[in-house]
Design a binder for this molecule. Sequence first.
Ligand SMILES: Nc1ncnc2c1ncn2[C@@H]1O[C@H](COP(=O)(O)OP(=O)(O)OP(=O)(O)O)[C@@H](O)[C@H]1O
Length: 866
Amino acid sequence: LGSMSSIAVSYGENGPVFCGLSSDGSHLVSCFGADASILYGAPFRLPLLGLTAGDGFVCGLLLDAHQPYCWGNNIYVSMGVPQPMVEGAAYSEISAGDDHLCALRMPSKGSRRGVSIIDCWGYNMTTSHEFNDTIMSITAGSVFNCGMFARNRTTLCWGDETGSGVISLRPRNLRFQSISSGGFHVCGILENSQVFCWGRSLATQQSSSDILGQGDVNMVPMDPMVSVAGGRFHACGIKRMDHKIVCWGFKLQNSVPPPRDSRVYEIVAGDYFTCGVLAEPSLRPLCWGTGGPWSIPMAVSPGICASNPCGPGYYEFIHMSSGNKVCKPADSRVCLPCSIGCPDGTYQSAPCNLTSDRGCTFNCSSCTSSECRTFCTSGNKSKGHRFLSFQIPIFVAEVAFAVVFVSSVSVVACLYIRHKLQNCRCSDSDVIVPKAPTYSFRKEPIKVRPDLEDLKIRRAQMFTYEELERATGGFSEESLVGKGSFSCVFKGVLNDGTLVAVKKATRASDVKNSKEFHTELDLLSRLNHAHLLNLLGYCEEGGERLLVYEFMAHGSLYQHLHGKDPGLKKRLDWVRRVTIAVQAARGIEYLHGYACPPVIHRDIKSSNILIDEEHNARVADFGLSLLGPVDSSSPLSEPPAGTLGYLDPEYYKLHYLTTKSDVYSFGVLLLEILSGRKAIDMQFEEGNIVEWAVPLIKAGNISAILDSSLKPPIEWEALKKIAATAGKCVRMRGKDRPSMDKVTTALERGLALLMGSPCNEQPILPTEVILGSSRLHKKGSHRSSNQSCSENDTTDADDQFEYRAPSWITFPSVTSSQRRSEAETEGKNSDGRGLGNGGAGDGLMCLEEEIGPASPQQELFLQNNF
Ligand SMILES: Nc1ncnc2c1ncn2[C@@H]1O[C@H](COP(=O)(O)OP(=O)(O)OP(=O)(O)O)[C@@H](O)[C@H]1O
């Protein structure tokens, strides 16, 4: 919500996150909070100019490309660079609402001078708006947007005003210095520094008993302010007088009050909380309200860097403790407003100048506070130190102590929990052994192991054995949906009606499954991706260990490919098969690329690829997963574990374990998907799928490996690419195999081709799937119609999927794009096949085309598949 800033807060069901640009001048973002998709998805290496955030996502404006880049998880806003993106568009500002993002294009030049364009993406918003006047800034509310004209500083608003009235209530003649939207209202600072708000207050639809009083967000305090930020039904402002905080509007019960005595540089608001940057050398963020992130361990920039010199009434911020600038571009700076007064009991000792705010010193002849008395008796009086510098050493010492203390406690706690989880043994004395698994309800009080209490801090919910027993009809035969080597999986219904799969270890108190149980519990609690199976909870009582997952309505890929019902296999057509492969690849790519250190799954196989109700693939079964080395060239030495047929030979023979071991297993899975054959099937002469398929692929005899129960596809090239990819994945030496992000790229290309090549005669055809969203962007062909992609693609069949698209911006997923942009640079340097070197031989040059909206058919396909 609100306008672009150096800080942003996202909110939503996955919890709040605070993101801020570093105060060290690097323009890099750090995030802190609960939503793993934002924490792991943040583009840690891309310098950003400013940030904005909505429900479950954060966006930054790229410092170099001047384009937005979003991360996190919101089904309406595509992550990465929003799509469709006009080629070459550059933006000066971005602002996010609940489920949308808008960006203000940089001022037009030439004949279009004075015209402003605002591009928006997301729920009910994806379109461009053109205004015949210059707009100087934009701000986003829940489902609407507002802007401010440069010429007369009046406002305009557009979007959905149902329930907020912000468009009809807009004050047409008021002139503002700045404006900022909340959920259903907008507040602006008028020319006289008074605040004016319009829009809806919660008073009109008070629904929650949690809400105290009748806080009307339009009833603004009289204090002049320098900045304002709006939450769902509240607003906070920084007072012009002393830069302290004042908030108004609704607040929820037990809401943390705003800091009373602290000065603040910058504020942003989430739904029911607000965060600011304290005007202290630590530049530490602080949040108040309800449900916000607390104790945020970072120092952030106090404002946006701008290239204009600071105007009258503003000073250039210089980092007090380091003396460094917080802006990278040589001619840019953060300008902050001068305060116009001093705190009570102090007087102005220095005026606001070019590089510092006014100085305030205690008046020792009339001390009323203990700080004043300490200051005046400590001899500082004679030195005439300024009030702020007096505070610095004490504050720094306090912060240092707090940081050391909190870090030590956290480290000790983590080590303790880890130790407990690794070494837990069930002793008869400290646990209650559940009854035999007959259908009877437990009457005894449930005693929970103390170490598992620690896990409550994670997202996984703790269930009692009785609850799960009841949910699965006493773990009855009828509810059994699958069996693994160490566990049985039962379908169950929780009290609230949620369908779940309950995985129950077959042998209670088995040390092996205890370890796997804890590995899976530990990993799944920390990982979060659309294509990983979600862990909902767990139960550990006595010797019983149970994990509770989302129920996957369509079972496993194994059941589809090799199950008793041949109809299932036939229904899994080529597009569905490749879609499943792409989705599984994304899940594994996340494990390898997001998690640090990377997570190595170690048991990728078709029975661990589950299919949900919407036919999306989810990677499951983390029982064998290990945290791998950060660098795949320094392998772990682990005794082999996994499933025969999928096991990486290098890992099996040499005990070398890297992420490339998963790539091998994934290659086997791809062969399985293409051929419909099991990884090991002794009814064939060549029982091992790799040994059978790879020579055929190398010989170019792809048709020999394709599943004969399906008709060959029209887009033959697509399967050829995928088979080539599979061949590379199962290379003997790990270092010769591609990394998962390259595999994902290749499969995405294959899927795009399968859905209709961008290079055939049709004018507009899909070319690329936007990962992490339910959208597709497609490009009309710029190629001459007599030059086909396949001509180019086949020139180097083995290396096709190493090609890079012309710009990383068009790449599909957040991680992919990051890593691919790096790979692009590498590729450029190493083999000259990178960006700009494509030439006629680069099969992907045909993707360099205008992005248009997906056709309804494509949209439907993607909605059903992503
Ligand atoms: N969340 C789920 N929803 C629906 N079915 C599931 C779910 N999890 C597992 N299954 C079914 O249960 C079967 C057994 O799963 P499990 O993870 O215990 O073993 P596995 O991976 O098949 O074998 P192994 O334990 O030998 O690796 C799966 O193949 C699948 O068919």
